[in-house]
Design a protein around this ligand. Sequence first.
Ligand SMILES: [Zn+2]
Length: 157
Amino acid sequence: MIVILLLIAIVILLILILFQLNDTHKYLKELNEDDKTKKMKKLQKFGLISNSEVFHKLKHYRDDIKYSQAEDDLQELRAKGLLTHEEYDEKLNHLYKIKQNIKDAEELKKQTGEHDIVTYPKEYEKSWLCVCGKENNYVQINCSHCKRNQDYVLSNY
Ligand SMILES: [Zn+2]
């Protein structure tokens, strides 16, 4: 009898935990929505903006928020003495480079009309970064993700 009661109690507890997780998930989802993203989704419902437009515009918008938050975080860390001035400058520079790379990739995407482009290609000592974002070993002639040719990618984009 006690065992059965215990089992029931455990089941109830599990259900409560699941509900709690679900609520947390919902809350996190809502946190990502603000007035602007909601307005855009409304326009999408009316058919005034296409799905892919919404996707790309929202991605830009959220990226901008993300990067300005990263900048704020760096400033806060410096203010609290957790980053030296040199470290702060270095990290801020790195952040600007990431932002610039995204902008450049967008430009490249527009120029080529190839929609899977997410970055400029890069050549490292033992690997190469494809425009699709996949880092491949240098012996790999074609990208393992999009099959683009290494030579072509590194010299033509
Ligand atoms: Zn690729």
